[in-house]
Design a binder for this molecule. Structure first.
Ligand code: PLP
Length: 414
């Protein structure tokens, strides 16, 4: 862990970009206040819809759990500690957080520039929902700042990037895009789900808003769904909270409690996820049946230099393709025994995912083909098992895939 100096006692913004140890205390202690009534160290699960008021207009800060809840507030404080922001705003899911950003900060007729490779749900949100309300989107290659500049129109209000992007791991240079958005008065939003604020610090690189699907690494145990938004501008946070209260998309106290528990081990888990993913990626790269491995930590990754400049570590996500094509990729995913064929990522268990039939099934085929989400692309969320066991499983699954008769390739309905 060359970037993770145990000797560093500097916890300023610059050191937090590359020093995971600078996050250890905040991850364990952020939002932790012993319960004044009982001394309970962890904020209890406040399973209450409403809060008795002392007199009309006089209360202790919470009035109704669609607006706020003490357990959710403790999580929001913990996330704010990680992000170096005021308390974050937590949502029932990552998609609820993404929806709130657009609904809170845009109006009919506004235009957004988005990364062409993003989570499929974000594409579906524009394609099948927000477009009905007069919001316009251009999906462009945000790895190329010139393409972002060209896509900006007089009606553009926001640039929304995902880096590393799901599922091809394409990177966007956050600082380079901020140099375009800041002078133009556009909001820069970063979906930081893959790396979390521990491994990538978009707000320190010039972004205005970051969001997380806390479903993934933040909670980390395949136990909850959730989302969060962090920002240093209180006016934006007020607007986001208003939209959350109005739409009714706050996270439940039980999910918030589990998510806050996950944060305590986040720095430790991210170190192991990153170490294991590097080992698995290097093994896959050398395997004769594998044609391409996408992992930012590989020296052969086309944007490796940017990854080294921008990330503290490279996280646990990778994707790959087989020389024998889509049928073999699908045979491999059907043959794993330790890895679990499932949607989700960022959890203790290694998950193998087929983006075309799962996470990106609603992305139109033409768009998928243009951005490299092929029918045979295999996405791997490297978990916390012994990486040698993960490799042994992939090895036996590759043997099966090599011998499997070609089957009809999965074909999405779109
Ligand atoms: N952003 C990214 C990068 C994702 O991978 C996902 C889900 O996979 C989401 C957002 C949506 O999050 P959720 O599933 O919690 O709604």
């Amino acid at each position: 862990m060359s970037r993770n100096s145990a000797n560093s006692d500097s916890k300023n913004t610059a050191s937090k970009r590359f020093d995971l140890d600078a996050h250890l205390t905040g991850a364990v202690r952020g939002g932790l206040h012993a319960d004044p009534a009982t001394g309970a160290l962890l904020t209890p699960i406040y399973q209450s819809t409403t809060y008795r008021q002392d007199a009309v207009g006089v209360h202790k800060g919470h009035t109704y759990s669609r607006a706020s809840n003490p357990t959710v507030s403790a999580l929001e404080e913990a996330l704010g500690t990680l992000e170096d922001t005021p308390p974050a705003v937590c949502f029932a899911t990552g998609m609820a957080a993404i929806s709130a950003i657009f609904l809170a900060l845009l109006k009919s007729g506004d235009h957004v520039v988005l990364s062409d490779v993003v989570y499929g749900g974000t594409v579906r949100l524009f394609d099948q929902v927000l477009s009905h309300f007069g919001l316009e989107a251009s999906f462009v290659d945000t790895a190329d700042p010139a393409a972002v500049k060209t896509a900006i129109r007089p009606s553009t209000r926001m640039v929304f990037i995902e880096t590393p992007a799901n599922p091809t791991l394409k990177l966007t240079d956050v600082e380079a895009i901020a140099k375009i958005t800041r002078p133009a008065g556009l909001l820069l939003v970063v979906d930081n789900t893959f790396l979390t604020p521990l491994l990538l610090r978009p707000l320190d690189l010039g972004a205005d808003i970051t969001l997380l699907s806390t479903t993934k690494y933040i909670e980390g145990h395949n136990a909850t769904v959730g989302g969060s938004i962090a920002c240093r501008d209180e006016r934006i946070l007020d607007r986001i909270r208003l939209v959350r209260k109005t739409l009714g998309s706050i996270q439940s106290p039980h999910e918030a409690w589990l998510t806050a528990r996950g944060i305590k081990t986040l720095p430790l888990r991210l170190q192991q996820h990153s170490r294991a993913a590097q080992i698995v990626a290097e093994w896959l790269e050398k395997h004769p049946d594998v044609s391409q491995v996408h992992y930012p930590g590989l020296t052969g990754f086309p944007q490796h230099d940017l990854a080294e400049r921008q990330h503290a570590l490279h996280g646990g996500m990778l994707s790959f393709e087989l020389k024998l094509g889509a049928e073999a990729g699908i045979a491999l995913m059907n043959a794993v025994r330790l890895c679990v064929l499932a949607e989700n990522l960022g959890a203790a268990e290694t998950l193998i995912t087929h983006p075309v039939s799962m996470t990106h099934g609603d992305v139109p085929r033409e768009m998928r083909e243009r951005i490299g989400i092929t029918d045979g692309l295999v996405r791997l969320s490297v978990g916390l098992e012994d990486p040698r066991d993960i490799i042994a499983d992939l090895s036996q699954a590759l043997d099966v895939a090599r011998k499997t008769e070609p089957v009809a390739v999965y074909s999405s309905t779109r």
